[in-house]
Design a binder for this molecule. Structure first.
Ligand code: CO
Length: 288
């Protein structure tokens, strides 16, 4: 009788142990985590955009572990030299596996499904085939993926234009641009914006449409004043220097030389909650 009682006690004890190491965070018995995966930035002030993303995701998924990874090797190295270590997606996934998580939702915080996004898919796919560690990884779409996203993001961009902008003034959204085929999302976004407002233009630093494409349109439209806004998650190096900088090559300088009045808006898209909500909605469509 005594040993049976002891055995029962041990079994109950083991049951609780097993549950506490496995955790009970998910809706079922798996331990979920969210890996916020961004390009990264080395510009200190630009971090406010990432802070806002984290805050909004924590509000939307209060019971889920949330961690970060940066996809840019260059940015990670630069931060490391300043004593700040941020994991690559592979490092973060390995660590989450070691820490006992089962299912990781890798949220791509990129704008387009370009090369950075496809690299993340590749890494996650390899983790799915590992014999130990994580049971599953699911990569969640970047900001622009579906037709719905194009509608939602174009509406949001318009909502976020400063109130002072008049309808005969242009707003130029400066995107990064890519050599990847997914660059098509930039001229794609131009189409959605033009269906709503003729004076909204999309240009990119490294892809199409180019700065000259934008300049040509501005001249043809006889525009006097231009609002310059980053079409990037953070107002980082490109926004500060290539867009709004005082150097001879910045869009601001080049446009002023052409006689336009230029008003830069140094705010990354991820600083706006209505943009972050679109990423959150992507995740919600995969995770309950
Ligand atoms: Co760049």
């Amino acid at each position: 009788m005594k040993t049976v009682f002891k055995l029962q006690f041990i079994l109950i004890f083991l049951f609780f142990m097993a549950n506490s190491t496995k955790g009970i965070t998910g809706n079922n018995n798996t331990r979920d985590a969210i890996l916020l995966t961004a390009f990264g930035t080395s510009v200190q002030e630009a971090n406010s955009a990432y802070d806002n993303i984290e805050e909004e995701f924590r509000k939307a998924f209060p019971d889920t572990e949330i961690r970060w990874a940066y996809t840019s090797t260059f940015i990670r190295k630069k931060l490391r030299e300043r004593g700040k270590t941020i994991d690559s997606p592979a490092e973060a996934l390995a660590r989450l596996g070691e820490d006992g998580f089962d299912h990781v939702y890798v949220q791509s915080l990129h704008i387009i499904p370009g090369s950075e996004y496809h690299d993340v898919l590749n890494v996650a796919e390899r983790f799915n085939r590992m014999p130990e560690g994580l049971k599953k990884t699911t990569v969640i779409e970047p900001l622009l993926y579906s037709d719905d996203d194009m509608h939602a993001v174009s509406n949001t961009l318009i909502e976020n234009i400063p109130q002072e902008r008049k309808s005969n003034e242009a707003v130029v959204f400066m995107g990064h641009g890519s050599h990847h085929a997914a660059n098509i999302y930039y001229p794609g976004m131009q189409y959605y914006l033009w269906n709503k407002d003729d004076n909204l233009l999309v240009g990119t630093v490294e892809g199409a449409p180019t700065f000259n494409d934008v300049l040509e349109k501005l001249k043809a439209k006889n525009i006097k004043k231009i609002w310059l806004s980053p079409f990037m998650a953070v107002a980082g190096d490109h926004a500060k220097n290539d867009m709004a900088g005082d150097g001879p090559e910045s869009w601001k300088t080049l446009l002023e030389k052409e006689g336009f009045q230029v008003q830069p808006v140094l705010k990354g898209m991820a600083e706006y909650d209505n943009i972050v909500k679109i990423w959150i909605d992507h995740l919600k469509s995969h995770k309950n």
